[in-house]
Write a protein that binds this ligand. Structure first.
Ligand SMILES: Nc1ncnc2c1ncn2[C@@H]1O[C@H](COP(=O)(O)OP(=O)(O)OP(=O)(O)O)[C@@H](O)[C@H]1O
Ligand SMILES: [Mg+2]
Length: 334
């Protein structure tokens, strides 16, 4: 009852933390750069992301979460324990209760791995794991407790999760281990076809700045730096923006198809609710230019993106912390 509550959104590219005492979430890139010779951490979090791609080749890049699943328990702990102890405060009579976002499909071993991370962070036994997609819906203030269905898709860096929620629970849902990082890969592969190698950060920046899911203005982007695969030299190259859109099409169709299959599983009454009410997209990848139009054409339902898609999950956790919300038991995955 007197325990502090700490919210933790463990994402593939970002970790976000919150408690009732802070106004804005703490946001860190979920990445570390380690010296394998002595296991020492050279850089972590946002600082590691700044040097990522330029690090000494002898150093190893560690991303604790892969496709939404915790893989590197010890490094994950190292990355966040300082923030956790700030949020937990000095007075530690009671262990903090954690509220942690997890993927919709969580295997026993994945759950155990999060449980041991929480234990190592000093969490209480009242800590709960809640699917990210439900937290995002709460963060976006969608009416998940009503009987009319709410369709939501969370597109992150490593996962795309799809669910139709009604009366506080998941009616149908699915997830694919595919997200923004995979779209970056498509861009990298596309340039490779022209014998140009670009880094992951460049690919992500090009995606965010110039790509889109539907027709983009097809101006030329120039002065981009990459490595000529044949000569090994760094070269400046240029390309038309629509090339990026074309590169993304197979990935976007894969995402759209996964959503379609979930919607097709709906009972008729709920399916007609979704056709009327539409589908909400959230998560960082939902920011992709014109993605709502692309999905709406593919699925034949209205598609909306609400404000702050990067923060919907952690805002959902914040809402639960501040409102002491008693959620429908069946969404808890303790
Ligand atoms: N404007 C944009 N256009 C396209 N993609 C974007 C844009 N802004 C951010 N992204 C992508 O969003 C992704 C990060 O989203 P988010 O923060 O929701 O992921 P995450 O929570 O770390 O990952 P996950 O939930 O999959 O574990 C990255 O792949 C990033 O490139
Ligand atoms: Mg996420």
């Amino acid at each position: 009852m007197f325990s502090k509550k700490i919210g933790l959104d463990l994402g593939t590219s970002f970790v976000r933390l919150i408690s009732s005492e802070v106004k804005d979430p703490i946001v860190e890139r979920n990445i570390l750069i380690v010296n394998p010779a002595n296991d020492e951490i050279a850089f972590k979090g946002n600082e590691a992301y700044r040097v990522y791609g330029k690090e000494n080749p002898e150093l190893k890049v560690i991303k604790p979460i892969k496709n939404g699943i915790l893989q590197e328990n010890i490094y994950q702990k190292d990355l966040i324990e300082g923030h956790v102890s700030t949020l937990a405060g000095k007075n530690r009579l009671f262990k903090p209760d954690f509220i942690v976002s997890v993927p919709l499909k969580l295997r026993e071993s994945d759950r155990n791995s999060i449980a041991s991370l929480l234990e190592s962070l000093g969490a209480s036994n009242n800590s709960v794991l809640i699917p990210e997609i439900i937290l995002s819906a709460i963060g976006l203030k969608l009416p998940i407790n009503k009987s009319s269905g709410v369709a939501i898709v969370n597109m992150g860096a490593g996962t795309t999760e799809i669910a139709v929620l009604s009366l506080g629970g998941v009616i149908v849902g699915d997830s694919i281990q595919y997200g923004g990082d995979d779209l970056d890969n498509l861009i990298i592969e596309n340039f490779r076809l022209s014998n140009i190698e670009i880094g992951r950060k460049t690919a992500e920046n090009l995606k965010i700045k110039y790509s889109g899911a539907e027709i983009v203005d097809n101006t030329v982007v120039d002065e981009v730096k990459g490595k000529d695969i044949l000569t090994g030299k760094i070269v400046n190259f240029s390309f038309k923006r629509d090339m990026l859109r074309q590169a993304l099409v197979p990935g976007l169709e894969r995402i759209a198809e996964a959503i379609k299959q979930v919607l097709e599983k709906l009972p008729p009454e709920l399916a007609s609710d979704i056709i009327d009410n539409g589908l909400v997209i959230t998560g960082g990848t939902s920011n992709l230019h014109n993605l709502n139009f692309f999905l709406s054409n593919y699925l034949n339902v209205p598609v909306y993106r609400l404000d702050n898609p990067h923060y919907s999950c952690i805002q959902g956790i914040e809402y639960i912390i501040n409102n002491n919300e008693v959620l429908n038991k069946n969404i808890y995955l303790k």
